[in-house]
Design a protein around this ligand. Structure first.
Ligand SMILES: O=C(O)CCC(=O)C(=O)O
Ligand SMILES: [Fe+2]
Length: 364
């Protein structure tokens, strides 16, 4: 990338570095009362022209009620399977996690981001694949334009962090949330496994919930929400994602060529299919584009996300569509790939670039 981007003499990389080294985050910029955003946050005209939700669309993502999971299991399997095949995004309610836990989790992540600069700066770093890290834009040096969010990230498995590594202000809640969200993910993955005609425990056996990372995003007020994004459009790379959000809107999902707002249902948890699940289900379940608009509300938007990834790969080191799902009528639509390919694809690019799926699709 050229140091000087255009004829104006604006040195983008220098400005990005200055921002990063200040460790102030977008929360700090927002709190300082700025009225215009730094240029490196400004997205290209094509992204910006598409910002408003095209919500003539009144559709909402499906809501799945898990309260009758034992007495009405086939119905729930059916609902969740249809949701994962058509939307790739759904909301679960009556999932067994007390509302108080949801509130405490959101409040604890908010409290972390609300701390003074000096306190948060101690955690500010860029070591993505492990441990605990706080930063603004994990992919800051890999994208064309930065987005209006900061994140606290903690790898909760396969090795949990030392408890003292987690910021004290949200330590207890992060540990508790990891357990609760993992339980919900395991229930959901049992249902999705049954929906493919596999044994309920198949995904667990594949170790989908072992390697998981918790990310607490903060989207503070943005003075120019029509010039940037909260998070750029992307798909999630792993198996499945569990997302808890507060009441401040912004999350949108791509459905039938339109952006649809994902409205927070009180007590609900959002689940979405990741690229790896699309691949191993041989395209049955859909990993769908989603994004977050830059926050135009004075109140901060908080989301707490756990990404679930496979921890063990096949003995031959490859991963791909599950053999049990393939037949002469249903040949694989993706080629097998290695863990290294998966990891390199993720870390070599910004969140907004091509997913692995495009690279491994078999064009017949
Ligand atoms: O914060 C949100 O609502 C979405 C976050 C997200 O899509 C992600 O972290 O991958
Ligand atoms: Fe995402």
């Amino acid at each position: 990338m050229a140091a000087i981007d255009d004829n104006s003499g604006y040195n983008r990389m220098k400005e990005v570095k200055k921002f990063d080294e200040s460790k102030i985050g977008v929360k700090g910029l927002s709190d300082s009362g700025i009225t215009s955003i730094p240029q490196f946050f400004v997205h290209d005209p094509e992204t910006l022209s598409d910002l408003k939700s095209s919500s003539s669309h009144t559709a909402t993502i499906p809501t799945i009620d898990l309260s009758k999971i034992n007495s009405h299991r086939p119905t729930i399997v059916d609902q969740i399977t249809v949701a994962a095949k058509t939307w790739g995004f759904f909301q679960v309610i009556n999932h067994g996690v007390p509302i108080l836990i949801l509130e405490e989790t959101v409040n604890a992540i908010k409290a972390f981001h609300d701390q003074p600069h000096e306190v948060k700066a101690k955690y500010y770093k860029r070591e993505e694949g492990k441990g605990v890290m706080y930063s603004s834009n994990n992919d800051l040096y890999r994208t064309k334009a930065a987005s209006w969010h900061d994140s606290l990230q903690a790898w909760m498995g396969p090795e949990p962090p030392e408890v003292e590594e987690l910021p004290e202000i949200c330590r207890k809640e992060v540990v508790a949330w990891d357990l609760h969200a993992t339980n919900v993910a395991e229930t959901v993955m049992e249902l999705l496994s049954e929906g493919l005609g596999l044994e309920a425990g198949k995904f667990k056996e594949l170790t989908f919930s072992d390697a998981r990372v918790l990310v607490g995003h903060c989207y503070p007020y943005c003075p120019q929400p029509d010039r940037t994004m909260g998070i750029t459009s992307h798909t999630d790379p792993g198996i499945v994602t569990v997302l808890l959000q507060n009441h401040v809107p912004g999350l949108q999902v791509r459905h039938e060529d339109e952006w649809v707002d994902v409205k927070a249902v009180p007590g609900g948890l959002i689940i979405n299919v990741g690229d790896m699940l699309q691949i191993i289900s041989n395209g049955e379940y859909k990993s769908v584009q989603h994004r977050v608009l830059a926050n135009s509300c004075k109140e901060v938007r908080i989301s707490v996300v756990i990404f679930f990834n496979l921890s063990k790969w096949n003995e031959d080191g490859y991963c791909g569509p599950l053999p049990a799902l393939l037949s002469p009528e249903k040949p694989p639509i993706y080629r097998n790939f290695t863990q290294r390919e998966f990891v390199e694809n993720f870390y070599s690019k910004g969140i907004d670039s091509k997913s692995l799926i495009e690279k491994i699709t078999i064009h017949s």
